[in-house]
Ligand binder design. Structure first.
Ligand code: NAI
Length: 480
């Protein structure tokens, strides 16, 4: 293997592997170093997203939803099912095969693009050199260097001193994707994105799920109107979300975990069969570089970068979860493309105003841009249009009428400042809002656009019309 490259990418997750592919497309001799190994000990690309995050969780969300529907919702369509049984082993095997087909796909893309895949743990040294410690090796044996280095080390779950992971009863999000049996009682610390998605999976499969959330409100980063609808719907589904609670103690007793938590009424005890810690993620920057490298980080381990992802070291870039901004795969991928193109001399940039967020519960929650409370707090005068899915013919036909679409526009210019939704297939619908905002659309632009009937996206059209109080399929509101 060569030891000198045009670009070395450290990390083969959605930020790093996309950066590597784009660099190769642009004619650069590229290497990508990644330490991930699957349960069989094989080196795999794709990072957290493909191996223990986005993809396996979506596979289980889909399967568990079908299982739950077969038990009840199918009957509403006149489809009677009897003897519905859960085959968790088959469900898990399906998830694993989706993961391995995708990770093999990335390896195939690397091969096709002649990207050198270096397996092992990389550490950045001065003068843009990288040392690599292979699996099973005690020290860093291999040395490579490049004109440009892209750091894409990703993130790891935040651990809690009060609930140390034991890999058996107390696990992180990755462990919660590998349960071999449905835990009768499941505790989750943190009702954030991971807590709600994994809580939904196991509730549908039969667990009694308790979520302990420190904040007094659910999903504080989300538009409050959407978040309160989410709390109402998830509670009705059976998720036991306890807000304003703090885990203060945790004891493993036999095959159970005894949690002690506090809320405004004092101390409480709850016993569960498994406990998932889902209180956020932190940048995976420990041991990423030798101290003499002088890479600048903040006290949380977040790598300092400028608007084009340049670190304080010339020729060294950082992208994805290890830098500022939301820890989202698609944001990291776009940064990877930008950095590759900038190295090639192009003037690319990322539009951070239009990063979509999605929570893959049922109903799904999705948004782009600013929410109403943030705009009001900033003193920005805005107009709001809301359209409920209960008035959508397609949502009725689908049998899923929960939720709404909300469009927020600047009162003076009518430019769309944010779109927030909770409802069926919102993970797909939000793309329409992202495109509109990417092209600086006004709510009138959306209102003047023709949408196919009957589709769920008509709810976005109607919400845009509602900004001007002229939605067709709901009575006019006086909220202007
Ligand atoms: P999160 O930040 O979404 O949620 C963590 C929750 O834990 C917060 O609500 C927080 O208030 C709560 N919390 C923190 N400390 C606590 C304590 N001591 N006791 C009780 N509650 C506590 O982080 P999460 O869910 O772990 O996800 C990690 C990252 O991964 C996020 O940045 C998320 O965006 C990303 N992710 C994205 C997904 C998606 O796009 N659909 C899916 C899963 C993860």
């Amino acid at each position: 293997m060569a030891s000198r490259f045009d670009v070395i990418v450290i990390g083969g997750g959605p930020a790093g592997y996309v950066a590597a592919i784009r660099c190769a497309q642009l004619g650069m001799n590229t290497a990508c170093v990644d330490a991930w190994r699957d349960r069989q000990g094989r080196s795999v690309l794709g990072g957290t997203c493909l191996n223990s995050g986005c993809i396996p969780s979506k596979a289980l969300l889909e399967s568990s939803e079908i299982y739950e529907q077969a038990q009840g919702a199918f009957a509403l369509h006149g489809v009677r099912c009897s003897g519905v049984e859960l085959d968790l082993k088959a469900m898990m095997a399906r998830k694993d095969s989706i993961v391995s087909s995708l990770t093999r796909g990335i390896a195939g893309l690397f091969k096709a693009h002649k990207i050198t895949w270096v397996t092992g743990r990389a550490r950045l040294l001065p003068q843009k050199r990288v040392e690599v410690r292979g699996h099973g090796e005690s020290g860093y044996g291999q040395m490579i260097d490049a004109e440009n280095i892209i750091l894409a080390p990703g993130s790891v779950p935040v651990e809690m001193g009060v609930a140390p992971l034991d890999g058996r009863l107390i696990v992180d999000s990755a462990g919660a994707l590998e349960f071999q049996e449905v835990p009768p009682r499941l505790g989750i610390i943190g009702a954030g994105v991971v807590g709600l998605e994994l809580g939904s999976v196991w509730r549908r499969l039969g667990s009694k799920v308790v979520l302990l959330e420190a904040q007094p409100a659910l999903l504080t980063m989300t538009d409050t109107q959407i978040a309160s609808e989410a709390l109402r719907l998830f509670t009705a589904q059976g998720l036991d979300i306890r807000l304003g609670t703090r885990l203060v103690g945790c004891q493993v007793v036999g095959d159970q975990v005894e949690m002690t938590y506090q809320d405004q009424d004092g101390d409480h005890r709850e016993t569960v069969d498994k406990l998932v810690v889902a209180v956020g993620r932190r940048p995976n920057t420990r041991d990423l570089f030798a101290p003499e490298t002088e890479l600048l980080l903040d006290e949380w381990g977040v790598i300092h970068i400028d608007e084009h992802c340049r670190t304080n070291i010339p020729g060294v870039y950082a992208i994805g979860d290890a830098i500022r901004g939301p820890m989202l795969a698609h944001k990291g991928s776009e940064e990877g493309v930008m950095v590759a193109e900038r190295i090639a001399g192009q003037q690319s940039s990322v539009n951070y105003e239009t990063v979509p967020s999605v929570i893959y519960t049922l109903p799904e929650i999705a948004w782009v841009g600013k929410n109403e409370q943030a705009l009001r707090a900033a003193g920005i005068d805005c107009r709001v249009g809301v359209f409920p899915f209960s008035a959508s013919g397609r949502a009725l036909a689908l049998g899923n009428t929960s939720g709404m679409v909300k469009v927020i526009a600047d009162a003076a210019t009518d430019r769309i400042l944010g779109v927030h939704m909770i409802g069926p297939h919102c993970s797909e619908l939000v793309a329409e809002a992202v495109i509109a905002m990417q092209f600086s659309a006004s709510s009138e632009d959306l209102a003047m656009t023709m949408f196919a009937h009957p589709t769920l996206s008509e709810a976005l059209h109607e919400a845009a019309l509602a900004v001007d109080n002229r939605a067709i399929h709901i009575a006019r509101s006086r909220r202007h």
